[in-house]
Design a protein around this ligand. Structure first.
Ligand SMILES: [Zn+2]
Length: 126
């Protein structure tokens, strides 16, 4: 949750959530601000689940995340998974470095050519 500023001339102003004079305090789960929903304005009472400060909400920020999973249950990993896992990680590092398009999931292959996982660099799921 990110602090936002409401312009002083906006019709609805944030109040202290514990304001004893508030008629019907409501708090937004997105911006965390509280307003008095008991004061009729062109924005309040706000429809259920809405916030009068929505216009001032920050745009949702997304971040790219590198995800990788490798299933290590098959023969290539049987005795000691470390060497094969290390080989796979090096191969993935080469593919990442080569400029392959990582924006969709790519297949991870073990030394025997079996599909054992996926990796991608994509926006974090909201
Ligand atoms: Zn809000």
């Amino acid at each position: 949750m990110k602090a936002i500023t409401i312009p002083a001339d906006f019709e609805v102003q944030p109040i202290d959530p514990k304001d004893p004079n508030a008629i019907d305090p409501a708090t937004c789960g997105t911006c965390g601000l509280t307003w008095d929903d008991g004061i009729p304005t062109s924005w309040t009472p706000a429809p259920s689940g809405r916030c009068p400060f929505e216009y001032f909400h920050p745009e949702t920020e997304t971040e790219d995340v590198f995800r990788l999973y490798v299933r290590t249950g098959n023969a290539a990993f049987a005795d000691d998974p470390a060497p094969e896992l290390a080989r796979i990680l090096r191969a993935i590092a080469d593919r990442v470095e080569s400029g392959e398009d990582l924006s969709h999931y790519l297949t991870v292959f073990d030394v025997n050519g079996n599909d054992v996982g996926r990796f991608a660099l994509k926006e974090e799921d909201a």
